[in-house]
Design a protein around this ligand. Structure first.
Ligand code: AMP
Length: 216
């Protein structure tokens, strides 16, 4: 089984959802840069306060800051036992950083899972997403509504739309992805590490495809 994994794919391709499912299924930690940054914002840390407005606009934190920050996060894990990186690397510079970091820790990337989803689907998935303020459960006004509008089925918490999920910001995030992150696909393709996943369809189907790719 492949256990040193990187997830890539445009915003809305399901990296968070599938990262969590895969992490539970194969018992390997999911390390999500976006989630770590959102925690920093929620906890009002220096980095959270500094980058809150940039993150809410869907812009990228600069490579040098992100690499220094993420190195401290990675240090907490025994990467030799396996990892699923989600949201990092996002640029070729970050990919080169991670290569150096893993090399220094005697670990190799087994596979880069590229989740591909159509553009229309992405807009619906992201602009329709609603998240619970209390427990973080995720709903979608097009595909998976809560029983009572704006109220979480699980804990009764209030559902909100992430600032960076607004339709105008989603369009910007997609442009940023094409400019900065798309070159990563070519980068990992040349290293023969890329594994293409069809991310269209229901969660169970996509999840099955991912598990098959990891077990391949
Ligand atoms: P995500 O949940 O992965 O979409 O990340 C949310 C936001 O956090 C992004 O839109 C960026 O503002 C920031 N972010 C997350 N990961 C990175 C990264 N590797 N490089 C730069 N910015 C990042």
């Amino acid at each position: 089984m492949k256990k040193h994994l990187i997830l890539v794919g445009p915003p809305g391709s399901g990296k968070d959802t599938h990262g969590k499912i895969l992490s539970q299924k194969i018992g390997i930690p999911l390390i999500s840069s976006g989630e770590v940054l959102r925690d920093e914002i929620a906890n009002r840390t220096e980095i959270g306060i500094r980058f809150e407005s940039l993150i809410n606009k869907g812009l990228l934190v600069s490579d040098d800051v992100m690499e220094t920050f993420f190195e401290k996060i990675l240090f907490k894990y025994d990467l030799s036992k396996g990892f699923i990186l989600n949201g990092f690397p996002r640029t070729v510079s970050q990919a080169e950083f991670i290569n150096r970091y893993l090399f220094e820790h005697n670990v190799c990337i087994d596979c880069v899972l590229n989740i591909a989803v159509s553009d229309d689907e992405i807009i619906k998935r992201l602009s329709g997403r609603r998240t619970c303020k209390k427990c973080g459960a995720v709903y979608n006004i097009y595909y998976y509504r809560s029983k009572v509008d704006s109220v979480c089925d699980l804990c009764g918490g209030e559902l909100y739309q992430r600032d960076d999920d607004r339709e105008d910001i989603v369009k910007d995030r997609t442009k940023i992805y094409i400019k900065n992150t798309f070159p990563l696909i070519e980068y990992y393709g040349k290293k023969s590490l890329l594994c293409e996943i069809n991310g269209n369809g229901i969660i169970d189907e996509v999840s099955k495809r991912i598990v098959e790719a990891v077990n391949d």
